[in-house]
Design a protein. Structure first.
Length: 319
């Protein structure tokens, strides 16, 4: 079976070569599989694409894709998925934290009949703050998205070709690859793997980027709108009960002064929640406008590929 490995690359000039070499060594130990690499440069500021071109010259099974600007990790993966030819597709990172030595575990689990296999780290090699934020995000996603119980998504995954073919049909302006898997199939599982330390540099995922990526869940769930409705009813009931309590208290104790400060606190809280709800609705409206305007998910500037016919080349703009 041909296995296509899609790797989004960002400022990984000094690590992507080692990823390809170590992965190639792993596949030499598995003669029942062949592999190809689709390396997507997400507008790096170093010599990442030059390194990708060097790898494409050295290895005939390497395809390089260069994006016109920084579109984000998941958009880069979507760009890479347009070039896959394998019956099984693996997604992994460019920094060796998702290590090539763990690939056989994913493939072994897929051989048991699962459509999607996510790696599940025994222990995350990250700081406590980042682990905490990751756990909070996972908690909310578990309750906002229709996903199988007990399955934990990860950016180290293996998926069958028919799943990827469905994912490639996505036409939105924001991609969340794992959530697209959940829309396609629930025949998935986790396999326990090791999380390796980053060999060089630091994570490019800032809190701002992580929050922006988390908000893409709006494209796949209406739960935030339902939460807004529940909060609206809840605070209306609290306001009604509080008003009744104030009236009764005034009738019982006429000398009690009306509290200006407490009234302002209540107003600030209520207005805060109102603006939060308006912000959620605005996100939905904004996503709809961007989609209707056919905002491109990614734009491919150039590719480096030797062993592909013109029929196998993908459109340069994905909408």
């Amino acid at each position: 079976m041909l296995v296509s490995i899609v790797i989004p690359c960002y400022n990984s000039e000094h690590t992507i070569g080692k990823v390809v070499e170590l992965t190639t060594e792993e596949f030499r130990r598995m003669p029942e599989y062949e592999c190809e690499f689709i390396l997507v440069n997400d507008y790096s500021h170093d010599g990442t694409y030059e390194e990708i071109k060097r790898l494409a010259e050295k290895y005939p099974n390497v395809t390089g894709v260069n994006l016109a600007k920084n579109f984000g990790q998941h958009a880069a993966i979507m760009a890479g998925l347009q070039y896959v030819r394998g019956g099984m597709i693996i997604g992994m990172d460019d920094d060796l934290q998702t290590h090539p030595t763990q690939i056989p575990k994913l493939l072994a689990a897929a051989d048991q009949g699962y459509d999607v296999v996510f790696g599940h780290f025994r222990k995350k090699a990250a700081g406590p703050w980042k682990i905490f934020l990751s756990n909070v995000g996972d908690f909310f996603l578990d309750h906002m998205v229709d996903m199988p119980k007990g399955v934990h998504m990860n950016n180290f995954w293996a998926a069958r070709r028919y799943v990827i073919d469905q994912v490639r049909e996505y036409k939105g302006c924001d991609a969340f690859i794992q959530l697209l898997f959940f829309r396609t199939t629930h025949n998935m599982t986790n396999v326990e793997i090791e999380h390796f330390k980053r060999e060089e540099g630091k994570s490019n995922y800032t809190f701002r980027k992580g929050l922006r990526h988390f908000l893409t869940v709006i494209d796949y769930s209406i739960v935030p709108l339902r939460i807004s409705s529940v909060l609206g009813v809840l605070f209306s009931l609290i306001g009604l009960i509080s008003a009744i309590a104030v009236i009764v208290n005034k009738l019982v104790r006429p000398d009690v002064a009306i509290g200006w400060s407490s009234l302002m606190c209540v107003m600030l809280i209520l207005f805060g929640f109102m603006f939060l709800i308006l912000g959620i609705i605005g996100e939905y409206v904004g996503k709809s406008v961007l989609t209707m305007n056919e905002t491109p998910l990614y734009v491919v500037r150039e590719t480096t590929e030797k062993n592909r016919s013109e029929k196998e080349r993908s459109p340069e703009i994905q909408k």
